[in-house]
Design a protein around this ligand. Structure first.
Ligand code: C5P
Length: 303
């Protein structure tokens, strides 16, 4: 006899950072070709799915995380993920989703994408589908450029518009200070500024630097610090000039590297180890909320 289906399933999915974000010229579909190295870090969104008579989504959040900007209607990414999976599987099932968000909203950390990845896996298990990873990745790519990485986690390359993800060899543990701010930033606005900055300059085909690939394979934090980079950072700084100050303060406080996370405004500071990160965080708390996180961590995981 098959196992009974669970009455609820909870899945947690990690925040992503871009160790390197190479951005090419805008494509006809409005997206930008990327060559990026993702890393999943230890800030998480947790999604619980329960069978229900109709679709719904509710939301709670960790301390200091403002969820007023999270839509609780049909546009919610976790809800879209659940509906997409039901449609794909030809099921008439509905779920009530609860999101417990530990990843700041609109911060450049793919918090919404983590919700989407977690909801896909949670509903797959709730409905006993056992869909192959390849199927979940395809559905994830429909939902957003960063959603497939939320399923894969670890350290991984991202190509296409970011949705084509392959694991990268990584033997290290990296300690980060993650500096977040009250006000989020619109990803399309940052890409639009990138286009304005590069107009006519024919941005070269982006690539992940060899030095970064080698640094991860060797688990060499200092070599990684020299190889990180973000092509969107000049635009994030143009839209939020105040970010220059904490980026400088982090380096003055001995962080090995400081960079903007994705489209921003979150700033990341790479440190030697957890003790070093604690000291660097102390120097940054005047500028925003300075959290400690480490990577790489696993992608979406059933709890
Ligand atoms: O894929 P996702 O929905 O997360 O993308 C949000 C927005 O970010 C897109 O509408 C687009 O403006 C921008 N984007 C882009 N190129 C990418 C990924 C995202 O221009 N590779």
């Amino acid at each position: 006899m098959p196992d009974a289906l669970p009455s609820e399933v909870t899945v947690r999915a990690p925040a992503k950072i871009n160790l390197h974000l190479g951005v090419g010229p805008v494509r006809p579909d409005g997206f930008h070709p990327l060559a990026t190295a993702y890393q999943a870090i230890s800030l998480f969104s947790t999604v619980t799915a329960r069978p229900a008579d109709d679709w719904s989504v509710t939301c709670s959040a960790g301390e200091g995380i403002d969820v007023t900007g999270v839509p609780l209607d049909d546009t919610n990414l976790a809800l879209r993920a659940a509906r997409l999976l039901a449609e794909h599987a030809g099921l008439d099932h509905r779920v009530a989703l609860h999101l417990d968000k530990g990843i700041p909203v609109a911060g450049g950390l793919a918090g919404g994408s983590a919700d989407g990845a977690a909801a896909l896996l949670a509903c797959d298990r709730l409905w006993g589908l056992g869909a192959p990873m390849g199927t979940l990745l395809e559905l994830a790519a429909h939902l957003g450029s960063d959603v497939p990485f939320g399923l894969v986690g670890g350290s991984a390359s991202g190509h296409g518009r970011g949705e084509l993800v392959s694991p990268m060899a990584d033997t290290g543990r990296y300690d980060w200070v993650v500096l977040t701010f009250d006000e989020g930033m619109s990803t399309p606005a940052v890409y639009a500024d990138f286009d304005a900055l590069h107009e006519g300059n024919g941005v070269a085909d982006p690539e992940i630097p060899d030095a970064l690939v080698k640094a991860l394979a060797a688990g060499d934090v200092r070599a990684l610090a020299r190889a990180v980079g973000n092509d969107l950072q000049p635009s994030s700084l143009r839209l939020r000039p105040f970010l220059a100050e904490p980026l400088r303060a982090g380096l003055d406080a001995s962080a090995l590297a400081g960079l903007v996370s994705g489209s921003g405004p979150t700033c990341l500071f790479l440190c030697e180890d957890a003790d070093h990160a604690t000291r660097v965080a102390g120097a940054l708390s005047a500028y925003g909320r300075a959290a400690l996180a480490h990577g790489p961590v696993a992608g979406a995981t059933v709890l």
